[in-house]
Ligand binder design. Structure first.
Ligand SMILES: Cc1cc2nc3c(=O)[nH]c(=O)nc-3n(C[C@H](O)[C@H](O)[C@H](O)COP(=O)(O)O)c2cc1C
Length: 370
């Protein structure tokens, strides 16, 4: 039984060879929970906000698989959130589920007006009881940058970002405020370090850094050495790294190698919402759980479709589900054919028929099973 791991583990430790101080054991790689103010994010794996995608139905799917320590809504525009002032009962689609769903939950908002953001942030914190109020300083989309001078546009002015964060922190009165940034506006405006320092001084409880500049949109690779440099440039505030995590193994490697306090996953989790549970298992030292079978994945798409239709009705729900169905098929053999068909469906019957006949039945590179 000499090789029995239990025997080896329970064997008494060998006495030290010298009588000097007992050497400190090398600590296990850090997988400490991330603390965002009083909110414990355990495991430190975050589901990214994605406009148009991370609604309540999607978050529900992520929650059912488990493994994400913090979920985030789609971003909301603070300037158009006047409904918060006028109507206490109803809320727009982007806050669907937020009042009642499990915590912890982050709601993200964007604007460049500190008063708007403070007003909406306070309402989210106090009336909606959200766990975290997140501020978007990373969006590269023209309507938000050029037209509204918000999102990543603000990265050119670190002091202004700091002033916004300070105002929202004050308004949220103890509910943690976080920020999400890119590395800068463009290659000649890489301000992430200065912005991060202003955000920390302003009292934010956490910062997420997507390792690209805004002008890249999604081109090139996320620069994890630049993310690590931001982490080193702040002292108290935890930093979450984000960009191009495409597997549980990559998530664990990024967490351990870059020195960040947590990792955030966006696009890959649209295709594989079980990636959080797989990452959590690896962090615990458990074996990698297998992907769901293709039959289970098909069931998952139908389940997601039901959740969407419950909220939006069949007609709108079917149209909305097209893009989710396309994401789920990513990387599967026959995905192109499936996408072509599912992105044209207009009725429930058509959706179910395309799912029945064309949802991929084999992983890419493997022969189909019919
Ligand atoms: C469709 C889509 C919508 C997004 N919407 C938001 C958003 O509302 N707020 C935000 O901070 N980032 C948004 N992002 C950026 C992601 O949160 C994330 O930073 C980026 O996709 C990089 O992570 P990834 O490589 O894991 O996808 C969005 C990304 C995508 C693909």
């Amino acid at each position: 039984m000499a090789n029995d791991p239990l025997t080896l583990m329970s064997a008494p430790a060998a006495p030290p060879l010298t009588s000097g101080p007992t050497p400190t054991p090398t600590p296990a790689p850090a997988t400490a929970p991330l603390k965002i103010g009083p909110v414990v994010v355990d495991p430190p794996i975050l589901q990214a906000p994605m406009a148009g995608y991370t609604n309540y139905a999607y978050r529900q799917v992520v929650r059912e698989f488990g493994g994400a320590g913090l979920l985030a809504t789609e971003m909301i525009a603070a300037r158009s959130a006047t409904w918060l002032e006028t109507n206490r009962g109803e809320h727009p689609d982007r806050l669907w589920g937020v009042r009642d769903e499990p915590r912890p939950l982050a709601v993200q908002m964007w604007d460049n007006d500190p008063d708007n953001l403070a007003r909406v942030g306070r309402r989210l914190a106090k009336d909606f009881g959200v766990s975290v109020v997140d501020l978007n300083f990373g969006c590269p989309v023209r309507q938000v940058t050029v037209k509204a001078q918000s999102g990543s546009w603000l990265l050119r002015d670190p002091d202004r970002v700091g002033a916004i964060v300070a105002r929202v922190v004050e308004a949220c009165d103890g509910v943690p405020v976080t920020a999400k940034i890119r590395l800068g506006c463009s290659d000649d405006c890489r301000t992430a370090i200065e912005v991060a320092q202003r955000i920390e001084e302003a009292g934010a409880s956490c910062l997420t850094v997507h390792g690209r500049v805004a002008s890249q949109f999604f081109s090139g690779d996320a620069d994890w050495s630049a993310i690590a440099a931001v982490k080193r440039a702040v002292s108290r505030m935890p930093v979450v790294g984000n960009g191009d995590i495409d597997s549980a193994a990559t998530a664990v490697a990024r967490l351990r190698e870059s020195g960040v306090d947590g990792v955030m996953i966006a696009r890959e989790a649209l295709a594989r919402p079980w990636i959080f549970a797989q990452t959590a298992a690896l962090l615990r030292g458990d074996p990698l759980p297998p992907d769901p079978s293709l039959a289970e994945q098909k069931e998952l798409v139908l389940h997601h479709y039901d959740l969407v239709c419950q909220r939006f009705g069949i007609e709108r729900g079917t149209l909305l589900m097209r893009k989710f169905a396309c994401s789920y098929a990513q990387g599967l053999a026959g995905a192109r054919e499936f996408r072509g068909r599912v992105s044209r469906v207009e009725t429930r019957e058509a959706f179910l028929e395309v799912m029945r006949v064309h949802f991929p039945s084999a992983q890419a590179g493997q022969p189909g099973t019919g």
